[in-house]
Write a new protein. Sequence first.
Length: 170
Amino acid sequence: MIERTASRTPSWQILEVAYDDPRAVALRRLLDEDLGARYDGFHGDEPEERRLARQRALATRPDEVVATLVAVDADGEPAGHVMLRRLGAEWELKRLIVAPAARGRGIARGLVAAVVDRARAGGAARVILQTGLQQPESIRLYESMGFTGIPVYEPYVETMPRSICLELGL
């Protein structure tokens, strides 16, 4: 268990769980709904083949995942989620979400810090991530934590060339 708190009094903690942990699955589903609403119409009228290629680029296979982290509140309710995966030689932060009712308590920052710590412990030289223009609060968070822009990387180049990609050197 990774212990992090958002304030002087503990109000949440971060747990490392299995990829298929029901709390993690539910939070990823919530993220999918949020991203679907944010990006509805963003890609315009595109061919089905390109939409499917983007889905493949965004997919995360369980065998690539190094860590799945879930933040739970004081009552044990799932409040946030993030994953760290190996993308070839890179270490990538994936699928960060904080449940709407839990926002504003430092959970996202705690989850990102936990992923960075885990990558550093694994010998990573940097952590990379992909996000988009429709997620300005995510971009602000990452930049406030020292992430800086990099060119769009694979597997996002072909299907999401307008992505915002960032790195944090370790």
